[in-house]
Design a protein around this ligand. Sequence first.
Ligand code: HCA
Length: 446
Amino acid sequence: MPAFTFRQYQPRGLEIIDTTLRDGSQTPLLHDHYKYFLTTEDKVEIVQALILYGVKFIELFSPNVSPREAEDFQAVRQTRDGMIMQKGYTFLLAHVRAHPDDVAAAIKAGADGLNFYIGTSEVSRTHKHGKSLSDIITSSRKLLEDVRGNHPELVLRFSGEDAFRTSEADLFRVYDELAPLVDRFGTPDTVGVATPTGVAARVRALRKNYPNVELEGHFHEDRGFSLINALEATRAGMRYMNTTLLGVAERSGITSMTALLYNLFIDKEYDKLEGYQLHGSYPINVLMADKMRKLIPSREPVSLTNRTHTAGVHAKAVVNDASTYEAHPLDQFGVTESEILLGPLSGWNIIHYYLKEISGFEIDEATAKLIAAKFKEAVYGIHFNGKLSPSELLFNMAEQDFGLRRVIVPEEFQGAVVQKMNDSSKGEDVGEVRHATGVILRSKHS
Ligand code: HCA
């Protein structure tokens, strides 16, 4: 019996069930970089980060998926155990087929709960396992009764896989029979067909029929709706939500944890944010991106890309007041800087600002306009030879074509500099300049 069980736990307004190590490991993106799987060390680091972030439920593969998964289950368990004093208990949930072998392996491995799933849609029944609804009910009920009777401490979930292509009548026929035996019902949108209105209606119907069973969502991204569907579901009363870091999962993925929490924050649904260390959102996304050997995806809201501006009119306005093009506060989610990229869309204002205020050239506005016009033309060329960065091109142009010189600070004043804005001890990138507003000007996005 574990030191702490689900029966002693008081669930929060929203419980994230992270499935980065289960459905996330099924992402094809791991194959793009010939990585194929997360290593044990990767998994341990991800689990540590999730626990520090405040996640209390982590889904893992059933240990009988492979000997490696069985070993990793123990490594994750040890990591979790080592953090109980610091962060409290985190439940490890094994994703199991409604099959006795999966269940036995998970219990033996010390899982805190079992996430059962079996396809209930017609297509699943026909092409996946060939069982009728009656077969599903009979075998699942038997299995659940056994587990409930012998391991009352385990937290049990049952999912009708492909729930959104399962008719409500069929789903309820199964769920009616299993409701007294489970803590949660999953409603996975396995192939991403659900729409926000359909999700809200389904959650309301489930809540009405099964007031004593909590609901869990799992929304795939096939139509691009994984985030909005998860939001709708939580608003309709679903307490548990499957997410992954960066939303990686089978095919185009599922809901990103930080995207969901960010949206709940924007909409002031603070009761659903209890216990999550939101300022750790960007760092945890960076960690995952690093594991995936990719940049944080451009569609992930908690990203530096979401604070990066290129067009001249945008850049000018952002330097004056960032809220012009930054509607919501991302700094509380760990993105504490904005970037402006020098490039073909840079306006004369930014060129003037960059050369004069940041780089110390003696330059008037009229010259900045001339340089900007020339820079706009020339900068298209550098993309192809890659030898110069946009800022190097700009400096060359200012010095060689326009004969500009940098202001020479008299020696007696040089020691009076409190902080250099282009601190060379940090900057491998000659084009990076940190400005007091938190805006960074870069010659390229990195
Ligand atoms: C899978 C399918 C699944 C299961 C979800 C669940 C889905 O990868 O095995 O267990 O609730 O999307 O239906 O991820």
